[in-house]
Design a protein around this ligand. Structure first.
Ligand SMILES: *Cc1c(COP(=O)(O)O)cnc(C)c1O
Length: 359
C-alpha cells in the first residue's frame, strides 16, 4: 500500500506541541497530519491514499453528506507502551464494524487492510503527539462521508475517507466518578430496522436533545429504552451497559440491531467470563433494573466504551424518582475490569486474545 506523502509546510514547533499536549483534555488538541483516501465509482473505486498536513477539506455545497447525512465514523485509541512503542487495541474489529456501518448507509466498503494501513500511517506520522500524562492516548477518528455534488436521493458515487488524531488526556483526571443517568421518556435512540447498529453521525444528532435533557435534570448521561415497548434498557448515547448481579450472573442487552456493537462490550463479555461469571446477552427491563437495585440482587451497573473504558453507573433518575446502584459508588467489578483493560491496552498484561497490535 503506497501512500502519497505531502510534506507539511509548517509543522507545529516542539515547544508549542509540548505545551498543547501537557494537559490536552479531550477532543480539541489535533495533530499535524491526516490521511485522506478518495473513492470515485467512475474511476474504479478507491484512489491512492494520501498522508499530508491536516487541513480544511473543500466541499461542494451540494455534497450529499450535507443534505442526506451519508456519514460513518470509528473511535479508537493508540496507547503508549513502556518500551516507547505504540499499540492499537483490536483495530481489525474497528475495520470490520466500519464496513458494517458502510453497508447500512449504502456506502462503499473499504478493504480492511487499507483501513488499518491508514490508521497506522496517521499514528506513525504524529506519534510525537502522544501526551506524556498518565492515562494519555492518541484518539483516532477514521470517518467517511459522501462528497458527490448531487441533490437527487440515491447513494453517492464519490466519498472521502479521512483519519484524524486527537491528543487525549486521562478521561479519569479527577479519579473515576460514578455517573448519574437519566432515563429518556420522550425520545428513543434507535428503532427496529433503523440505523442503531451503525456508527453514523445521525444517531448522535438525534441523541443531543435527550442528552441536554439529562443535563437539565442534573444527570451526566442519558439511557435509552427500546422504541417499541419503551421498557427494555438499550444503551447510553455512546456506551454499552452491563448489569452485575450478586448470584454471579451478568446481563448485557443483546444485539438486536438497535444497539451499537461496542468493541469494549465484546471485550468485557470475554473478560467477565474469564472471571467465572455467567454472562448472558438478553433483555433487561427498566423495572427489573429498579427492583434488583432496590432488593440487592444487582451489585453494579457498568457503562463501557473506548473513550471512558469502564465507568460505574451510580444513580438512575427519571420522573418516577431515583434509585441507586449498590452504594452509589465504584464497585469491585468496575475497578477490576477497568484496570485489566487498561493494563492490557498498555502492554502490562499478557495478551492472551491477540487483541493488542503494535504500530
Ligand atoms: C462507539 C459506540 C459505543 C462503544 O463502542 P466501543 O467500540 O466500545 O468504543 C457504544 N454505543 C454507541 C452508540 C457508540 O456509538
Amino acid at each position: 500500500m503506497k501512500f502519497t506523502k505531502l510534506p507539511h509546510p509548517s509543522p507545529t514547533p516542539d515547544d508549542v506541541r509540548a505545551a498543547a499536549i501537557a494537559d490536552p483534555g479531550f477532543g480539541k488538541v489535533f495533530t499535524d497530519h491526516m490521511v485522506t483516501i478518495d473513492y470515485d465509482e467512475a474511476k474504479g473505486g478507491w484512489q491512492t491514499p494520501v498522508i499530508g498536513p491536516r487541513q480544511a477539506i473543500p466541499l461542494d455545497p451540494a455534497a450529499s453528506v450535507l443534505h442526506y447525512a451519508q456519514e460513518i465514523f470509528e473511535g479508537m485509541k493508540a496507547f503508549p507502551h513502556a518500551d516507547g512503542g505504540l499499540a492499537l487495541f483490536r483495530p481489525e474489529a474497528n475495520a470490520r464494524r466500519f464496513n458494517a456501518s458502510a453497508r447500512r448507509m449504502a456506502m462503499p466498503e473499504i478493504p480492511e487492510d487499507l483501513f488499518l494501513a491508514a490508521v497506522r500511517e496517521a499514528v506513525n506520522a504524529d506519534a510525537d503527539w502522544m501526551p506524556q500524562v498518565e492515562g494519555g492516548s492518541l484518539y483516532i477518528r477514521p470517518f467517511m462521508f459522501a462528497s458527490e455534488a448531487f441533490l437527487g436521493v440515491r447513494p453517492a458515487k464519490q466519498y472521502k475517507f479521512v483519519v484524524i488524531l486527537v491528543s487525549s488526556g486521562n478521561y479519569f483526571k479527577n479519579g473515576v466518578n460514578p455517573v448519574k443517568i437519566w432515563v429518556s421518556q420522550d425520545y428513543v435512540r434507535a428503532a427496529p430496522g433503523g440505523t442503531g447498529a451503525a456508527k453514523t453521525g445521525g444517531n448522535y444528532a438525534a441523541s443531543l436533545v435527550p442528552q441536554a435533557e439529562a443535563i437539565t435534570h442534573g444527570c451526566d448521561q442519558v439511557v435509552f429504552l427500546d422504541a417499541v415497548e419503551h421498557k427494555w434498557v438499550e444503551e447510553l448515547g455512546g456506551m454499552n451497559l452491563f448489569f452485575i448481579r450478586a448470584d454471579g450472573s451478568v446481563i448485557t442487552p443483546q444485539l438486536t440491531g438497535t444497539i451499537l456493537p461496542g468493541i469494549t462490550r465484546d471485550s468485557l463479555i470475554a473478560m467477565l467470563r474469564e472471571e467465572g461469571l455467567d454472562v448472558r446477552e438478553e433483555p433487561y427491563s427498566i423495572s427489573q433494573w429498579r427492583e434488583e437495585a432496590e432488593n440487592g440482587t444487582l451489585l453494579e451497573t457498568l457503562a463501557c466504551g473506548t473513550a471512558a473504558v469502564v465507568t460505574p453507573v451510580g444513580t438512575v433518575a427519571s420522573p418516577a424518582g431515583e434509585f441507586t446502584i449498590g452504594t452509589g459508588g465504584i464497585g469491585q467489578m468496575a475497578t477490576k475490569m477497568r484496570e485489566r483493560l487498561v493494563d492490557l491496552q498498555h502492554g502490562r498484561l499478557e495478551d492472551k486474545h491477540g487483541w493488542v497490535m503494535r504500530v
